[in-house]
Ligand binder design. Structure first.
Ligand SMILES: O=P(O)(O)OC[C@H]1O[C@@H](O)[C@H](O)[C@@H](O)[C@@H]1O
Length: 319
């Protein structure tokens, strides 16, 4: 018999769409409900792709990049640690390869965290944070011998709507002082290098690495943006932490980079000759579609006492 006052079913509100995370072979890919995506290769914990809801790719990745750990990945966002550039022979990092080992060794995926975006907007406007770990014990023996320090790194990649945030946490887990440098080697995808101007650097000094020996250039008194007309390799230092670096394409803002704990920024484009000289750089005219803008702590050394920790991070906003 049909009950008269049967309890009605409590309507369950449809659950909000969640970020999806796929882990396969050596890659981790996150997709937000907004359809922004990020893909990370566990070799180097290198972000190899970042796309917006429109599907538009934001990073340059060479089609000849090695994705199997045999070489650092040419493109995306390699992590430079514990040394930037060719190490000087008289420093503790002296036996390491250029830009250190973090960009080529195998990292571990530690898991994901989803939350509502800090913009406070509701309705699928959420973000996903992916954590990756690397400790001294995970290094190949030959690397450990070249840099015999104990450390733990946690690298966090947070994808939001139109934003990508990367943060590096470095812990000195050994008993002696460690000195290191760190940098996010962003290969930003652009339409045409001839239309690019970079704002927010002109009042900082820089080292021009295209001269031999490299030359130190004082800050200019004008606020002229940087435009590129030939091979460019500059390490800007003493940037004000709160001042963004902005990449404009023609007259439109393309990327806004803000930094936490990082007061240096490298700008690099190999130009035609440099690209021709790199076996893993394809297509050969791809230098026109990339600009490396690389926030870091590289003009001196970060000194960490035993047991201490350091953090540095960036947020890239695509416009
Ligand atoms: O070829 P690599 O080791 O990836 O380095 C690429 C470039 O990286 C930049 O950060 C450096 O300032 C350049 O000097 C260097 O050429």
């Amino acid at each position: 018999m049909e009950r008269k006052h049967k309890p009605s079913t409590i309507p369950i509100s449809p659950s909000l769409p969640q970020a999806a995370v796929d882990v396969s072979d050596y890659t981790v890919k996150a997709t937000l409900p907004s359809r922004d995506t990020v893909t990370i290769n566990l070799f180097g914990a290198t972000v190899t792709s970042w796309t917006l809801a429109s599907g538009e790719e934001q990073l340059f990745l060479s089609s000849a990049a090695k994705l199997d750990g045999s070489k650092a990945i040419r493109g995306g966002i390699p992590i430079v640690f514990p040394v930037f550039g060719p190490p000087s022979k008289d420093h503790a990092t002296g036996k390491l390869p250029q830009h250190g080992f973090a960009r080529s060794v195998l990292w571990e995926f530690l898991g994901k965290n989803t939350s509502e975006s800090r913009s406070g907007k509701k309705g699928g406007d959420e973000e996903v944070k992916l954590d990756f770990g690397l400790s001294s014990g995970m290094l190949p023996e030959e690397m450990r011998q070249k840099w015999p320090y104990e450390f733990g790194l946690v690298y966090s990649v947070t994808l939001g709507k139109d934003t990508l945030e990367t943060g590096l946490h470095v812990q000195n887990t050994g008993g002696e002082v460690v000195e290191f440098q760190a940098l996010f080697h962003n290969y930003l995808r652009i339409e045409d290098i001839s239309q690019i101007s970079i704002h927010g650097l002109s009042t900082s000094p820089y080292v021009n690495k295209t001269t031999s020996p490299p030359s130190m250039i004082s800050p200019s008194s004008s606020s002229e943006p940087l435009t590129l007309t030939s091979e460019t390799d500059r390490v800007y230092s003493s940037l004000k932490p709160s001042d963004p670096v902005t990449v404009q394409q023609s007259d439109k803002t393309k990327f806004i980079l803000t930094r936490e704990g990082l007061t240096d920024c490298t700008v690099w484009n190999p130009w035609q000759k440099g690209a021709e000289g790199m076996g893993d750089f394809e297509p050969k005219d791809g230098w026109r579609q990339m600009i490396c803008v690389e926030p870091g702590a590289v003009s001196g050394w970060v000194r960490l006492e035993a047991g201490d920790a350091w953090e540095g991070g960036q947020v890239i906003k695509a416009d």
